[in-house]
Design a protein around this ligand. Structure first.
Ligand SMILES: Cc1ncc(COP(=O)(O)O)c(C=O)c1O
Length: 397
């Protein structure tokens, strides 16, 4: 048989957000609200910390679990933010991004043929990582109850099979902006304990919450779980500190899993870049003032976009409590990819199609409002005008 790409790899689907990005990249002048990052560059104090780290010789390999000093900073941060005590040596693993934390955590919980329940609409990498581990993702959509998304616990129970090993949820959610309540977390934990499953919480947007006082984090599952629970938290420096290009994240997990994840890092990536880990320490220690300023800007953008969308015909948009996305549902839309493509080609506004986010996503579009006002406002004006054109409907009646 001729050499070929392994069918298990070939089966992993493209990201539909990337498909839009790909078209947009060939179109200069696009107002880009499709990606999951801020247009603000990494703050100067973090860049200076990286330069200093290079001058100080952080140019060599580090531990697979990351620099001990960074893990200690992370443990300090959990104590301060959540009153949670963690063992930095055995319960925290630094990773080369949130994506890599997710990937290694899933690799440690899923054998070929095992199943994972993934709460959707969700950023596609959770389900894709399950598929990469030759597992089977089973999507369970959130349901809209009035103005708020909720977890459908009956659907979760119904989706269980003897092969289920893992539940993945994201709070604050990309793309919904939904934030799990304490009661949601209690029920998820009880569900995972009762069925002896791993519970993986993607808390990458933990610091991007718009309740007062600004800067207070979303509740972490680590506050509810004991250190003996089969719980994993995936985290990242990307969103809180505008460090998407730096590739530094971490995970917190029960000791046996954390130990295995650190060991597997050796064969996947070895570790996150050494000087970037030092810069991440600076972000944790000095980042609060910048973070609060950024939150105030995002909140203003969120409110502007919400007000404009509320005037658009046939649009339902629950108020997001966290992250930096809006996920409006457009009445009658059946092909969000075609909608986003036409919007891009005709108005130069780039949005992400809801279909990219799995079950429950079709019929919506995702708007990332973490850009300058000079981009967000005209983009929203063009979107609202486009929504008013009957020819733009892409399946709308
Ligand atoms: C929900 C969620 N988790 C994890 C990540 C990963 O972030 P990174 O790999 O940049 O750390 C993202 C990025 O968009 C995300 O939206």
């Amino acid at each position: 048989m001729p050499a070929r790409v392994a069918p298990s790899a070939a089966r992993v689907e493209h990201s539909r957000i990337r498909e839009i990005a790909h078209i947009a990249m060939g179109m200069p002048g696009t107002l880009k609200l499709y990606s999951g990052e801020s247009s603000t560059p990494t703050p100067e104090y973090i860049r200076r910390a990286a330069q200093k780290a290079m001058a100080d010789g952080y140019l060599f390999y580090t531990e697979n679990a990351g620099l001990p000093s960074l893990r200690r900073c992370l443990a300090d941060s959990y104590r301060k933010l959540h009153g949670v005590e963690l063992d930095p040596e055995r319960e925290i693993v630094v990773t080369a991004s949130g994506v890599q934390a997710l990937n290694v955590a899933i690799r440690c919980t899923i054998d070929p043929g095992d199943e994972a329940l993934v709460l959707t609409p969700a950023w596609p990498n959770g389900a894709a990582s399950v598929a990469l581990a030759n597992g089977v993702p089973r999507m369970v959509p959130h349901v809209l109850a009035g103005a708020r998304y909720e977890i459908d616990f009956d659907a979760l129970e119904a989706a269980l099979t003897p092969r289920t090993r893992l539940v993945i949820y994201t709070s604050p959610s990309n793309p919904l902006g939904w934030v799990a309540t304490g009661a949601d977390q209690d029920r998820l934990l009880e569900f995972a304990r009762r069925h002896e499953l791993w519970l993986l919480a993607d808390e990458v947007y933990e610091r991007l919450v718009y309740r007062e006082p600004l800067g207070a984090p979303a509740p972490s599952i680590l506050k509810k779980a004991t250190r003996e629970d089969a719980v994993i938290v995936v985290q990242s420096f990307s969103k809180t500190y505008c460090m998407t290009g730096w590739r530094v994240g971490w995970l917190v997990a029960r000791r046996d899993l954390a130990e295995k994840a650190a060991q597997l890092n050796e064969f996947i990536i070895s570790h996150a870049p050494s000087f970037a880990q030092r810069a991440a320490e600076a972000a944790l220690v000095w980042g609060e003032i910048e973070l609060k300023k950024m939150l105030a800007r995002y909140k203003e953008n969120r409110d502007t976009c919400l007000a404009m969308l509320k005037k658009a015909p046939g649009v339902t948009v629950p108020e997001p409590e966290g992250a930096f996305y809006l996920f409006p549902r457009v009445e009658g839309m059946t092909d969000s990819f075609a909608f986003c493509r036409r919007l891009l080609e005709e108005t130069s506004v780039g949005l992400a199609p809801g279909v990219a986010f799995g079950a429950g996503g079709e019929g919506s579009i995702r708007i990332c409002y973490a850009a300058e006002r000079e981009i967000v406002k005209p983009a929203m004006e063009r979107l609202v005008a486009f929504l008013q054109e009957p020819s733009a409907n892409c399946g709308r009646r």
